[in-house]
Design a protein around this ligand. Sequence first.
Ligand SMILES: O=C(O)CCC(=O)C(=O)O
Length: 290
Amino acid sequence: MPALTQEEIDAFWRDGVVTVTGAVTPEQLGGLKADFDAWVEESRDQTAPYGKAIDGRPRFDLQPGHTADKPALRRVQAPTEISKAYFEAMASSKMAVMVADLIGPDVKLHHTKINSKLPGAATEVKWHQDFPFTPHSNSDVVTALLMVDEVTPENGPLEVLPGSHKGKLHSIWDDGVFTGAVDEAVAGEMQANAVQSIGAAGSVCLMHTKLAHGSAPNRSVDPRTLFICVYSAGDAVPLTPNPVPTEHEGLFVQGSDKGKIRAEAYEVERPQYPKTSFFAQQSTEESARA
Ligand SMILES: O=C(O)CCC(=O)C(=O)O
């Protein structure tokens, strides 16, 4: 049974984005919140990024300025590997069916992460498109940003440029340096026409991989936690190493593997594999990028 209406499907292909409520059950949402709260508590004892993801990088990334009193856990890499609640929300929720309504019937996972903006943390995301980070043989790739907390205009919502998925792929290199962000002039134009994706906890923002987006710091007293699942059509094959590798990459969450590859013709600069984290790649400080 479809999980999206025809209007929602049409909006996704027209705008490159659609936000819908009820992507997980209240029980699933409760499990996601509980596990994330426990990770925030754990992070209070840490002074530097910690834990180990499968590529050896820290699983838990901290914003500079993180303290026990003001924790600033900004990223959990591949939470589905360490939490049943996150695995279930990725693999067996209404969200996965919604994605199949867009790019199915066969849908597989590429990667998962949590992007968190705790109150007072300076975490921001500079404007970019996802596809140049994760080029695939075709662009039937969806970034699903599940709102674990209510997302409001004040707590650092995702901001998108509707329709930009139909335009060009913007460079995320600057004069030989991988910045992971479009240049400032382009970002300014995107920001001028941006629309915020806000919603109740349990809503999901379904975003086309070529849609331009970014987000500002959290200026409220409430957390903003997004569980981000990147899914692709079953016949889309990644062309570069997964920047957020996970043992669950390639898992079919809808339909099945038909053993086919579908390709589109396009050109893109090869992305740089993150040495530490995505946020460090976007940092303007050379020392953070190293
Ligand atoms: O956390 C955010 O606000 C942005 C997420 C994002 O840029 C992404 O998933 O590509």
